[in-house]
Design a protein around this ligand. Structure first.
Ligand code: VGL
Ligand code: ZN
Length: 211
């Protein structure tokens, strides 16, 4: 697959808390880093997202007395899974993993900073309506196709992919550059949605730079 000047690689949430030893560690999460380091130079445009929660964020189980991580609660905007405290603004866990070295990244998009609402997707918060600004950013920069890599495959990567499709953007997920949480079948559910939404899934070995 040839990469074009109008393509953006969006690296989702490769932060300490989602990696080995982190507060919400994704199994084998660190394994995405060498793959991302290998493919990033093929892209003219690299963008990063950073999960960036307030202390005591409403997506944290600790903010809901009697509730535990990975349970679900009903919020004003629908069902929300509760997570361990993670990616608190300014914490070490919120920092990008030290082995992720992408100084060429043109944008760091922070999300999940509103105390009352979570944001898995890089495009819309979990009400699926509050915009992060990324859609407008891509449009103004004439970046018309997105490649996704990072963590977690079945949450932030997946929601970003589905929202991009909703916006009419072609989406390619680089599968081996992602790892998932797979909570109660979330990965299979997400993949069924990828299929009906037309999200393309490739292996990093399929990527080649346009000559
Ligand atoms: C994520 C759960 C909570 C992710 C972020 O990056 O996939 N998952 N916050
Ligand atoms: Zn989060």
């Amino acid at each position: 697959m040839r990469i074009l000047a109008s393509d953006a690689l969006i690296v989702i949430d490769v932060q300490n808390d989602f990696c080995l030893g982190g507060a919400l560690a994704v199994a084998d999460g660190d394994a995405v880093i060498p793959v991302i380091q290998r493919i990033a130079p093929l892209f003219e445009h690299v963008l990063l997202t950073q999960d960036w929660h307030t202390a005591g964020h409403s997506s944290f189980a600790s903010a809901h007395p009697g509730r535990k991580p990975f349970e679900q609660v009903e919020m004003s905007y629908g069902v929300q899974t509760l997570w361990p405290d993670h990616c608190v603004q300014g914490s070490r866990g919120a920092e990008f993993h030290a082995d992720l070295k992408l100084p060429q990244a043109e944008l760091v998009l922070r999300k999940g900073f509103r105390p009352e609402i979570d944001s898995y997707s890089a495009f819309f918060e979990n009400d699926r309506a509050t915009a992060t600004g990324l859609a407008t950013y891509l449009r103004e920069r004439e970046l018309s196709r997105v490649f996704l890599a990072g963590l977690a495959y079945d949450y932030c990567v997946g929601f970003s992919a589905l929202d991009a499709r909703r916006l009419g953007l072609p989406v390619v997920i680089v599968r081996d550059a992602c790892r998932g949480i797979d909570l109660n079948g979330s990965a299979a559910r997400m993949e069924a949605e990828f299929a009906s939404a037309g999200v393309e899934i490739i292996d990093s070995s399929e990527l080649t730079r346009d000559a």
